[in-house]
Design a protein around this ligand. Sequence first.
Ligand code: PLP
Length: 381
Amino acid sequence: MTGPAVPLARPDFGEEEVEAVRAVLASGWVAGQGPKSRDLEERWADRCGTQHAVAVSNCTAALHLALLSLGVEPGDEVLVADYTYPATGHSVLFCGAKPIFVDVLAETGTLDPRQLEAAVTPATRGVVAVDVFGQPADYGAIERFCTDRGLFLVEDAACSMGATYGGRAAGNLGDVACFSLHARKGISSGEGGVLVTDRGDIADSVRKRSCFGVESAFARQQATKLPIPVFDELGYNYKLSDILAAIAIVQLGRLDELMARRVAIATRYSTLLAEIPGITPPTTAEGRTHVWQAYVVTVDEPLDRDRIALDLRSRGIECGFGTYASHLQPVYRTDRACPASATLLRRHLALPMHTGLTDDDVRHVVATLSAAVESHLQRIA
Ligand SMILES: *Cc1c(COP(=O)(O)O)cnc(C)c1O
């Protein structure tokens, strides 16, 4: 190993988060849907510019409840962007419905709107677009497509808190959006999720289904009578603990600071990488801002992505593939082809991206990558 290991990802917590946990433990309310969760929801909706927000246990739970509340049932089909963490496809299966995977654009890895039409059948209910690595999808075209056909649009914004499309905030780009607070995202509470929407009926339904199908204990505590809850529909236990909500409130307050650091690192990477043959830096499409949940380059032919990655690892730099080509996962039992997505799975290389990286770290990663590429090109020649 040359020098210290550079990790791929690392959350950014400080004294403020520790203090928030101390305070919520002392308060006595540590379960979900308590005062801290309510506070987080208000601040989150405010930041996204949506009417409602509901804090839940993770983004996968948010996606599940979003689809249920939009009426997805067994027998339905939902068009899902193929290049994503399989939580997106799983949430459709949770409803007993079928995910129909739609191919993506090579440049951004986001849903290719031109591929939607051919995937529609009479069973299609809606579309789930994914803001891959922190860049919003092509919502102008996707929204038009959904509106014309009466389909719902869900934004998988797991990675894109703080990003924008045409000046609109991520979260405000479909009927419902789902965010993640997992350790690997831009802001985090370890695990966690937030669903946002302008539709009051969806927010109410999601809140109830996240708490077994009844009003939360905190809401009941505020009632004047002694209410005995009635279970009139099946719900889940998808609440976010108030301990985690307290951490998320601090992280949300630091969003601009943390985002600015990631943008600066990405800019530095892209400038330095422009010099290296065989490596294509990521692109941000016109009219969008990217929050760089991950910094993912394309390793061009004839270089072998896997060999480059193993080479970097052996030199103390953690790296990985981009994300998954869902249609290739056996759990989905599909024979649909998504060639662009399959190519990204083979050619994408995620480089270290987190706020703890120094400018020297970035220079070291790029120099090491450059050396690896050079030695591989020599071996091929
Ligand atoms: C991380 C991620 C999820 C899942 O988020 P969890 O909070 O871990 O459930 C869903 N979709 C995408 C695109 C993700 O990156």
